[in-house]
Design a protein around this ligand. Sequence first.
Ligand code: R5P
Length: 298
Amino acid sequence: MAAISIVHTAESQDLAMRIGHRLGSRPMPVSEIPFMDGELKVRLAEKPESSEVLFITRLYPDPNRSIVRALFVLHYLNSIGKRIRMFVPYLAYARQDREFLEGESVSIEAVLSQFAHFGVTDLLTVDVHSEKSLSNSSLRMQSISASAALAEAVKGAMETKNAIVVSPDKGAAARAQEFSSLLDVESFAMDKSRDRTTGEVKTADINFEVEGKDAIIFDDMVSTGGSMANASSILLRHGCRSVSAAFTHALLIGNSREKLSSAGVSRMFFTNTIGDFDGAIDISAEVSSAIIGNVKEL
Ligand code: R5P
């Protein structure tokens, strides 16, 4: 019997298969049955054999429905006495890690406390937006870094002798710095602000030298593409030779791809945390190692 049984929702099958293969465990799908009124139910066709279960579920592209669905699966696994670890490749709601405007709920605390309530002991994710979002939870949390996998992909695709790494805001600066050291190049941070009411992003002009450089803008995610597009336009205006984008979570909503390409981003590197998209860099090896490091032989 495998040390850990893997249960997964349908849209996470690609990751569950890859991780299952590495852990020697056959993934078991959960089916989701929708009702006409918008409700849903979930069903596991067979009971997981091991006392410990790894539940793999993406919380994107429909975070609200996916969270409810996850709670139903957790409720079931908890009711049959399983010890539960959860792997959520992209932790939705991690950006709402504080009361930005008076009267707002700290959404990530609500989400994590529900996972804990239904028996999750350990939560693994990849490049969580803010470490702060993990700090107030009773769960054991691990945010796995995709930087090494992204750096390998960059090295394999372009000459990095003339490259610089640029973070589009101060918040991503530490991560960008770590990424730049993997490429052995310099890193710089831009200054970005967001209007908390309209969501509009403004990026300040730069005061560092980029003339003739191949910039790699590094961030945890691209959502609307506004932050990356602003950064790219400024870097090209200051004489960068080329601009690429490297990021973990490819939310890439609406016309974000077109926005990036109109702003001069010529190459994108991203992982498969959101979906098994063409060209996505697979992070299942990193995730499996983190799990193996923690799984005890039963
Ligand atoms: C915010 O601080 C994040 O790290 C990303 O920079 C941001 O969420 C990207 O969003 P968008 O693509 O909509 O500008």
